[in-house]
Design a protein around this ligand. Structure first.
Ligand SMILES: C[S@@+](CC[C@H](N)C(=O)[O-])C[C@H]1O[C@@H](n2cnc3c(N)ncnc32)[C@H](O)[C@@H]1O
Length: 261
């Protein structure tokens, strides 16, 4: 039986992922570096080909293709999620934003392209090398001036900002896509930094579909390890009276939290 998180290549050379949740085998379209929770390969391909790829800005396409060659390409934000983030930021007129977990910068570029020319993104990642893979494309797109990249773990930066006092309630949008074992710790701080009416987006909240797998289901080690943190986060967000939430099955699951007080 295949384990959750396992990737293989089918006869058409399209990567597929075979999942086992509640004993069912589910085979899904899994282009390199792209993920979907949809249980129909054809349906996900339809979404990408009909609505996402034809409208994907050229720099995002270029960055997606460069990232596909990266050995850790599975970490990138999927094209449909990038399109969603880009639209969402325009809808809420976001100007001051933050991203935790940049990798090569696909979601960062989706954000940068959505913001006005004087918009800002505080972007944090422990690895600058991967950010530099995407940086020339971000520069060519003319949006690098919106980005303040900080290399290093995000938590101490957040603590510093809170201690500083002047960042309270200043962010319109915060996208969290890094170490899942710290999501609860991020939330404790971000709720203070996001504006009332602003949004926090937590990525991977359906975590490969593993959130509904029986505890003894076979799973990749990293999927099992982070699963408990994702389950804990999902419960905590649902019980948090300071936010309204909406969990969307886009990409690997994204939970939007709107701060209400
Ligand atoms: C899933 S990837 C981010 C994908 C990215 N949003 C994109 O669109 O390609 C997760 C990233 O989080 C970074 N990361 C891991 N732990 C971190 C931490 N404590 N603080 C900041 N970044 C961290 C990793 O280096 C990695 O690049």
């Amino acid at each position: 039986m295949a384990t959750i998180g396992e990737t293989k290549t089918d006869s058409t050379n399209v990567e597929t992922k075979t999942e086992s949740t509640n004993g069912e085998q589910v085979s899904r379209h899994q282009e390199v570096g792209h993920k979907s929770l949809l249980q129909s390969d054809a349906l996900y391909q339809y979404i990408l080909e009909t609505s996402v790829y034809p409208r994907e800005p050229e720099p995002m396409k270029e960055l997606r293709e460069v990232t596909a060659k990266h050995p850790w390409n599975i970490m990138t934000t999927s094209a449909d999620e990038g399109q969603f983030i880009n639209m969402l930021l325009k809808l809420v007129n976001a100007k001051n934003t933050m991203e935790i977990g940049v990798f090569t910068g696909y979601s960062l570029l989706a954000t940068a392209l959505a913001l006005p020319d004087d918009g800002k993104i505080l972007a944090m990642d422990i690895n600058r090398e991967n950010y530099e893979v995407g940086l020339p494309i971000i520069e060519k797109a003319g949006v690098a001036h919106k980005i303040d990249f900080k290399e290093g773990p995000a938590l101490p930066v957040l603590d510093q900002m809170i201690a500083d006092g002047k960042y309270h309630g200043t962010f319109d949008f915060i996208f969290v896509d890094a170490d899942k074992d710290n999501y609860i710790n991020y939330h404790k701080r971000l709720i203070d930094l996001v504006k009332i009416g602003g949004l926090i987006g937590y990525d991977n909240t359906l975590w490969n579909g593993s959130v509904v797998a029986p505890a003894d289901a076979p799973m990749r080690k990293y999927v099992r390890y982070y699963r408990d943190f994702v389950l804990e986060l999902n419960k905590a967000l649902a019980a948090d009276p300071r936010i309204e939430i909406c969990m969307l099955p886009v990409g690997d699951g994204i939970t939007l939290c709107r701060r209400i007080n």
